[in-house]
Design a protein around this ligand. Structure first.
Ligand SMILES: [Zn+2]
Length: 371
């Protein structure tokens, strides 16, 4: 099936903005024609790619195949065309059958899981913390896994990192109090990315007055080979901290994630969760325990994160768009996604003047908005 998106302003992530029209064929971008347009043309970008997300709306991906499918169906309304459903409580031998069911349910817009654990040093929001175990890792890698988060200070972690690299799986660092040396060793073994950077990376304590300690944050910032991602909701990380990372990494080394959970994308109000408490969601905040107000996770969606970054960062817009499109695709080796070029997957979003998604295509098919 062939179709055409005519007279738009086109974002080429990291490169430029130009006006023209796009030809779609057989799920791919088949032609790009640059030409002047008259009047205010809507913006067309590659679809947003979320490497770290636990759920959306009322759906928690690791709970059931049905919630994976329902989540996939609502994502396009937020301009998101590709996610790695991020699991954190089911990576154990008791859950292998459940994982097989989840893995079989993954649609094309979910090209593999991100396993956040179980080989972590600090639990954060209930993640498992066990020593590196190659036998368990091999069991987990029978399923469709595209990225795994580890802690450089987890016991016996280097063999795990090496095995992941051999299998072509991206290794993310997080949930860590690692020393600079442990972090450098993890990078030397094949870790390439820091996820929800700064969050659950506690600052090393001062051991001697006047002596500034360094740790995983400094080791990651100092190494050009390592990229980082942020929950850009203005709550989990201050915009200034994102700017510090940008100064070290440039736009090409920074990625937008949501780390979203139940409550994300829902209207403001109180919503049920499977954890025995309710969460309160409102614009510009995380999901909070409705009773005591503590932070219970991220309620961010990719379109809102992108809007925040465009507002906070003094960078050309095509570089900011790369943080939600091209950069995440590169981090996990999705060679046909996040790009505006002939042959790329036709995962596209058309935005209105207020940066709300108007139409979303996944694999050339219009999955949100009207023709
Ligand atoms: Zn986490």
């Amino acid at each position: 099936m062939t179709s055409k998106i005519s007279n738009v302003r086109i974002v080429f992530p990291g490169e430029k903005l130009a006006t023209g029209s796009i030809q779609l064929e057989a799920g791919r971008i088949a032609g790009i024609e640059l030409h002047p347009v008259t009047g205010p043309a809507p913006l067309l970008t590659p679809g947003l790619i979320d490497l770290h997300t636990h759920g959306i709306g009322h759906n928690l991906y690791e709970r059931s195949a049905q919630e994976i499918r329902k989540g996939a169906a609502v994502l396009p309304q937020f301009g998101t065309t590709c996610v790695l459903p991020t699991l954190y409580r089911v990576m154990n031998r008791e859950s292998l059958e459940h994982l097989a069911t989840l893995s079989d349910a993954l649609p094309a817009s979910m090209p593999g899981f991100h396993l956040e654990g179980p080989f972590l040093a600090l639990p954060g929001a209930g993640a498992a913390t066990i020593p590196g175990d190659l036998a368990l890792l091999d069991e987990l890698l029978r399923f469709n896994v595209r990225a795994m988060s580890i802690s450089p200070d987890a016991v016996n972690i280097l063999p795990v990192i090496k095995r992941l690299r051999e299998r072509g799986i991206a290794v993310f660092m997080t949930h860590t109090r690692a020393s600079a040396e442990q972090s450098e060793a993890a990078v030397a073994a094949g870790a390439t990315h820091g996820t929800h950077f700064y969050d659950v990376f506690p600052i090393p304590a001062e051991t001697e007055p006047g002596v500034r300690q360094v740790g995983a944050v400094e080791a990651i910032l100092a190494d050009k080979r390592v990229s980082v991602d942020f929950i850009a909701d203005g709550v989990h990380v201050h915009p200034l901290a994102i700017k510090c990372a940008l100064a070290a990494k440039t736009w090409a080394g920074v990625v937008l994630i949501t780390d979203s959970n139940i409550g994300a994308g829902l209207p403001a109000g109180v919503h049920d969760t499977p954890w025995g408490f309710q969460v309160r969601v409102k614009a510009g905040d995380g999901a909070r325990n409705a009773e005591n107000g503590t932070l219970a996770g991220s309620a961010l969606t990719m379109n809102v994160g992108m809007k925040n970054l465009l507002r906070w960062l003094d960078l050309p817009p095509e570089q900011v768009w790369a943080m939600g499109t091209l950069n995440p695709a590169r981090v996990v080796g999705l060679a046909r996604k996040g790009r505006m070029e002939v042959g790329a997957d036709a995962d596209l979003v058309l935005w209105d003047a207020e940066l709300n998604p108007v139409k979303t295509w996944v694999g050339g098919e219009l999955v949100y908005g009207k023709i």
